[in-house]
Design a binder for this molecule. Structure first.
Ligand code: NAI
Length: 332
């Protein structure tokens, strides 16, 4: 390790030889990884870092950012940046960048895959056949409906929302979206239809797929009241952020038949506590959630190539900061 070179710190998630980051930063910086699960454990370790790479196992709050004495960049190695106090970082003059594109296609594939597992009865049949193999008949999962012509509703037509829209269009669905921040014209470019309110979107959606970031406006967008706007027997997919959906409303919506199925890749608290009400219903063979709810461990982004892209692109962002190149993907 060359002590005269600036130091790049990887706070969490990565705990191997760092070959990917070292290759990108060769001769420019040393790289150290802490594999931490809380920011307190970083104190005393990262103060002199010239760039910080942050994943998702912890948050960087004002308390930690205020200790950075000479930092040129914080990279959130991922898309969502709700776990870094980017406003405070801006006050301190520290740019925060994300890595927006390492898993766009995978999350879209997962959202569609989860939706199809529900709407085609794949998950239900598999669960039912294992626990009650008789009868060997299609109609244990009635009713299932044709996709063509039904509405696929998207909340947040960004990168992932658009990639998901393209896949839903290929299934013959009518794609509508609600995204108050999107300039006009994306609907025309993508062959989808814009609606002006969440209620308008939900009232016709056969499948509702969440693709907005978590922010002040999106927390609990989907809750026990707004779920009533969906047509009875519709489907909810959340691959965005856990707190965009109030998951306490899901067991009841499944039990009443308001939702025919739900798929949840993200939870407000990850990993969830043992007695989480959603998991309790999902584990209970007597609850409809047992056969109608899919839970995945925030894995929609994952594929081997994407993981490597995320690391390489995060390190490239640090390289740009340390060599004075123009920064990309700055979010603050
Ligand atoms: P993006 O920034 O390209 O798109 C987000 C879209 O949401 C934007 O068009 C924005 O205008 C819109 N939006 C913001 N606030 C909204 C609101 N209140 N209501 C409706 N729309 C709103 O981001 P991208 O790449 O499409 O990612 C979307 C989200 O997916 C990320 O913020 C992240 O939280 C989540 N994600 C989840 C992953 C997983 O593994 N489950 C992996 C990657 C991202």
């Amino acid at each position: 390790m060359n002590a005269s070179l600036p130091k790049v710190v990887i706070t969490d998630f990565i705990n191997d030889s760092l070959a990917i980051e070292k290759k990108v930063l060769d001769g420019i910086a040393t790289v150290e990884a802490f594999d931490a699960f809380n920011e307190q454990s970083l104190h005393g370790q990262i103060e002199s870092a010239r760039a910080v790479m942050l994943y998702h196992n912890l948050s960087l709050s004002e308390a930690t950012i205020s200790r950075l004495t000479n930092c040129d960049l914080i990279v959130r190695c991922g898309v969502g940046f709700d776990n870094v106090d980017h406003r405070y970082a801006r006050q301190r003059g520290i740019p925060v960048a994300n890595v927006p594109d390492y898993g766009t296609e995978e999350v879209a594939d997962s959202a569609i895959g989860m939706a199809l597992s529900l709407t085609r009865g794949i998950h239900f049949y598999n669960q039912r056949m294992r626990s009650q193999p008789d009868p060997w008949m299609y109609n244990v999962s009635q009713p299932l409906y044709r996709h063509r012509g039904r509405v696929f509703g998207i909340v947040g037509l960004g990168r992932i929302g658009t990639a998901t829209a393209r896949r839903a269009l290929a299934m013959g669905m009518k794609v509508r979206f609600y995204d108050p921040l999107k300039p006009d014209g994306y609907d025309k470019a993508n062959g989808v239809e814009r609606v002006e309110s969440l209620q308008e979107l939900m009232k016709e959606s056969f499948i509702l797929s969440m693709h907005c970031p978590l922010n002040e406006d999106s927390q609990h967008l989907i809750n026990s009241e707004t779920l009533k706007w969906l047509p009875r027997g519709s489907y909810l997919v959340n691959t965005a952020r856990g707190d965009v959906v109030d998951t306490t409303a899901i067991p009841e919506a499944l039990a009443s038949g308001q939702l025919a199925g739900a798929a949840i890749d993200v939870l407000a608290e990850e990993p969830p506590r043992e007695n989480h009400p959603l998991l309790a219903a999902w584990r209970d063979p007597e609850h409809p959630a047992f056969e109608r709810l899919i839970i995945n461990p925030h894995s929609a982004f994952y594929c081997e190539e994407g993981l490597q892209d995320m690391r390489r692109k995060g390190a490239e962002a640090c390289r740009r900061a340390l060599t004075g190149e123009r920064l990309r993907n700055v979010i603050n």
